[in-house]
Design a protein around this ligand. Structure first.
Ligand code: DQA
Length: 154
C-alpha cells in the first residue's frame, strides 16, 4: 500500500491577504494567517500535506498552478476577483487537470451580478461558496474523497 501523504496546494487570490480588515461583514473577521492555521490543522487531521500560497498577481497565479504539476496531487483555490474574468487562470487549471475545488468565502450568487459568473467553475470538480473560512476546511474533507476515488466517492 502507498502510504505517501497526498499533497494539496491551497491558492488564495488577490486581496485575500487583507482578510480580517477587508469588508468583514462580507468576508468575516478571521485574518488569512488564522485561516491558514485552521487549514493546516484540518489537513493534518485529514492525513494530507498542505502548502499555502497567496498572490495578488494573475501571472503568479498562473505560474503557481502550472508548477503544481508533478509537485501536488490536488488544488484548492479561491481565485478571488480572477474567478470572474481570468481565462488565463481557467486555462492553467484546465492544463494541469489536477483534482481541484474552488472556494469562495462569500456567496457569489447573492452579490453583485458581475460576481455571479465563474469562468473557473467549469474546469474544477466542485465549488463551495458562502460558508466563510469553513469552505476551505470542507474542501479538504471533500478532497480526501476525491483523491480516494473521484467524484463517485463524494
Ligand atoms: C471571493 C469573491 C470574489 O467575488 C471577490 O472578488 C473576492 C473574494 C470570496 O472568497 O468570496 O475577492 O472569491
Amino acid at each position: 500500500m502507498n502510504m505517501t501523504l497526498k499533497r494539496v496546494l491551497v491558492i488564495h487570490g488577490p486581496n485575500l491577504n487583507m482578510l480580517g480588515k477587508r469588508e468583514p461583514d462580507v468576508y468575516g473577521f478571521q485574518s488569512l494567517d488564522n485561516i491558514n492555521a485552521l487549514i493546516k490543522e484540518k489537513a493534518d487531521a485529514c492525513g494530507l500535506t498542505v502548502s499555502i500560497v497567496q498572490t495578488n498577481h494573475e501571472g503568479v497565479m498562473v505560474d503557481t498552478i502550472q508548477n503544481a504539476l508533478g509537485q501536488y496531487d490536488a488544488i484548492i483555490i479561491n481565485p478571488a476577483a480572477f474567478t470572474h474574468y481570468s481565462i488565463a487562470v481557467r486555462d492553467a487549471l484546465a492544463a494541469v487537470a489536477l483534482p481541484t475545488i474552488e472556494v469562495h468565502l462569500s456567496n457569489i450568487y447573492c452579490r453583485e451580478e458581475f460576481r455571479h459568473h465563474s469562468v473557473t467553475a467549469p474546469v474544477v470538480n466542485g465549488q463551495i461558496s458562502g460558508l466563510g473560512y469553513r469552505g476551505y476546511l470542507l474542501a479538504l474533507e471533500a478532497m480526501v474523497a476525491l483523491l480516494n476515488g473521484g467524484n463517485n466517492q463524494l
